[in-house]
Design a protein around this ligand. Structure first.
Ligand code: SAH
Length: 349
């Protein structure tokens, strides 16, 4: 197995069978330890000890979609819905800026209340007041012209996880109205327009096999995204997947490490979901190749309502109030949170 890890480290490809061996490597084994060590070495080669922070603003939990795994699906009638006003959002940005954030991520359900024009207006106001900042959108599938309008308004980046690359699996996670082809088209449209694009998938989503995960890695090789977000699936009580098993911590960490080796330049967050399934999940992610954290910058009164899954961490180091604590912790691990937009260090662009 060491040979496989070395092959990836040197920038060479593995076969599906070889990738499967790595994904299914035994928890806490010597091989896993070596994988983690080499992933950290690779991240240091590209990004040194820098960790980038993003202020995450959850702008709305209204959603027209009905994804089977997600707590804010429209079919969930047990949830109090909210949306932030333009002023709420700009206030979050102003507060975040004063704390040192230079990237703001506006994420939300697919809320039709926000028109494309509304989003453009908010983006351009942020960019006008804070020209040294990057704005990331994560508000779902739109047509190409809309993405172009967002880009023209000043948006820099777009996050849209493909969720799972194989059609049969995608159909098991989404209602029939949602199509993997559409999702992939959106991602290629975003790239063509010039966005820095982020994609990704859940680890341990219901019915997922190692073959599915390998297809996800192959899709990412085709897309060549700037950002890759993965986290464990966590069930939500008010969804059809309430009784499904949670994604595995070690498998998620191995995938973070494999992604770092396969995509050395990529920005990989140590996600909230990872921090939610284990006390030290977020730190572990950073130690095995992740180089981004996205503290929650949403107003405190709405945070618990953006409830994609149960037991979501939204206090302490997961949130803006814990920034100082997070900085100290990151330092104790040998990394440093920097004040920077934190763009991808790609050498192929
Ligand atoms: N509507 C936006 C934002 C979705 S929420 C969009 O479509 O991009 C962001 C991510 O949370 C999703 O892409 C999904 O991968 C993840 N997510 C949703 N439900 C989850 C769950 N139950 N467990 C873990 N992650 C989940």
């Amino acid at each position: 197995m060491k040979g496989l890890i070395d092959t990836l480290f040197e920038g060479n490809n593995l076969t599906n069978e070889e990738l499967k061996t790595l994904i299914e490597c035994e928890d806490n084994s010597i091989q896993e330890e070596y994988l983690f060590k080499q992933a950290d070495k690779k991240r240091r080669q590209t990004y040194g000890n820098e960790i980038y922070i993003r202020g995450l603003i959850e702008i709305s939990n209204y959603c027209k979609n009905n994804c089977l795994y997600c707590g804010i699906r429209c079919g969930n009638l047990n949830i109090e819905r909210y949306r932030l006003s333009e002023k709420n959002i700009l206030d979050c940005v102003s507060y975040g800026y004063s704390l040192g954030f230079r990237t703001f991520v506006m994420q939300g359900g697919e809320d039709l209340h926000f028109s494309d024009k509304d989003i453009c207006q908010i983006v351009s106001k942020i960019k006008k007041s804070y020209p040294d900042c990057a704005v990331t959108l994560s508000i779902g599938e739109k047509d190409k012209q809309t993405y172009q309008d967002f880009f023209n308004a000043g948006a820099d980046r777009y996050l849209l996880r493909h969720e799972t690359a194989i059609e049969e699996h995608y159909k098991l996670l989404h209602p029939s109205a949602m199509k993997i082809e559409k999702r992939k088209q959106c991602l290629f449209d975003l790239k063509e327009i010039g966005f820095q694009v982020g994609s990704g998938f859940m680890v341990g989503s219901p019915f997922q096999t190692s073959e599915n995960i390998i297809a996800d890695l192959r899709f990412l090789q085709e897309l060549q995204p700037d950002m890759i977000g993965i986290g464990p699936f966590i069930p939500h009580i008010d969804t059809p997947f309430r009784d499904k098993a949670q994604g595995d911590l070690h498998k998620t960490l191995r995938l973070v490490a494999i992604l770092r080796l396969m995509f050395p330049y990529s920005l990989i967050p140590s996600t909230t979901a990872l921090g939610s399934i284990a006390e030290n999940g977020r730190e572990l992610g950073l130690q095995v190749g992740a180089n981004v954290v996205m503290p929650n910058l949403s107003p405190t009164n709405v945070r618990k309502l953006y409830n994609l899954y149960n037991n979501k961490a939204f206090v302490g180091k997961e949130a803006i109030e814990g920034l100082e604590e997070l900085k100290a912790q990151v330092k104790s691990l040998g990394y440093e949170i920097v004040i920077s937009r934190g763009d991808a260090k790609r050498n192929d662009k």
